[in-house]
Design a protein around this ligand. Sequence first.
Ligand code: 5AD
Ligand code: SF4
Length: 437
Amino acid sequence: MTSPQTFRVKSFGCQMNVYDGERMAELLGAQGMRAAGDGEDADLVVLNTCHIREKAAEKAYSDVGRLAREDGSKPLIALAGCVAQAEGEEARTRSKMIDMVVGPQAYHRLPQMVADAAAGRASVDTDMPAISKFDALPARRRSGPSAFLSVQEGCDKFCTYCVVPYTRGAEISRPFADIVREAEQLAAGGAREITLLGQNVNAWESDGRDLAGLIRHLASFAELERIRYTTSHPVNMGEGLIAAHAEVPKLMPYLHLPVQSGSDPVLRAMNRSHTVASYLRTIAQVRAARPDIAISGDFIVGFPGETDAEFERTLDIVDAVRYAAAFSFKYSPRPGTPAATMEDQVPQAVMDQRLARLQARLAEHSTAFNRATVGRTTRILLDRRGRKPGQMIGKSPWLQSVVVETAAPVGSMLDVTITGAGPNSLFGARLPEVRAA
Ligand code: 5AD
Ligand code: SF4
């Protein structure tokens, strides 16, 4: 096969994968390849996969299968991300169509792997090298108004249901100076908002600085209007970070703080290292610092051994916190994790019922949160076009999508009054129009 001219990177799962996908695309672009357009066959396809829930591997293999073309040919295929890390050599045994298997800590080596694959040599690289892949990636150039910046990877928490400590490795923090350099590049390239990413982003530390220190430093950049961070772990929610929510205006009033369950025995079995009371205390401190903060969470229903009464406690914590947004999942046994072999696995039908009840309750709170913003005047960052001509969509400080009629381009900050709330988005009107009415 000749060297590929065009590529497509498809990312699944979390924001870290979105970030890694962007960096892989930039890396391939720096090799002289070009991103394939919509509907165009790419010479190289990178499937940047997610392994967090069941059937992830099966889904990845069926996605690979669908890349076969009608004429019997196929693109060069790289399996990347967490399924690649977990499957390793096995991936090439299960699908002969895969030319490269590259883990999340090894994708800086993609150019060499692609050259080898074009010459007919398949390769597997799931090393977790000590030297940072980031040093081997090209500088950031152009950026949309809202950029992701990975500052921390991996997890040492070992929640008993979770594969992340195995697929992403131990917690590591990128050095302060490297992050600052990348933030400068993103800001110069057009970013107005930066979201700092990490599996345990609030465990980040470098050169005696913690995440609050990093946020305060980035807030001094004139071009940057907004700073966000995700995902945080309750035990790393330190006083300094909470104080930053009170003191740094550019730090947006939004906190994603997964709780998983509202029952202490379940939290203990999950090895979550926080209790219901300690979690609620943290939420109270955060709200004291920033009363309007939007709290979002992750939940798992049907963890092995979870009783009806324990599940009810999860509904209680939902009512206590009044989440503005949430992700909720049925427990999914992951091979190799301690929970997968625990007794009392909960039947699917019970999990289905619990999930439906939980999601209905979460929807009540998110709807109430959105309705409460109607009538407020706030600033939005336009990040894309709306469905109808003349419409744009922007993000509120609380991460809500706001639809507004305006000729202002993507990247503008607009002051709007929220005029209505739908199930998935809000409607806003530009301030001058509101004043004129
Ligand atoms: N089953 C169900 N949900 C899971 N999560 C992580 N592992 C599992 C699993 N085995 C959820 C958690 C986590 C989110 C990213 O995915 O809620 O916070
Ligand atoms: Fe997984 Fe728990 Fe680590 Fe989050 S904190 S990545 S849920 S092990």
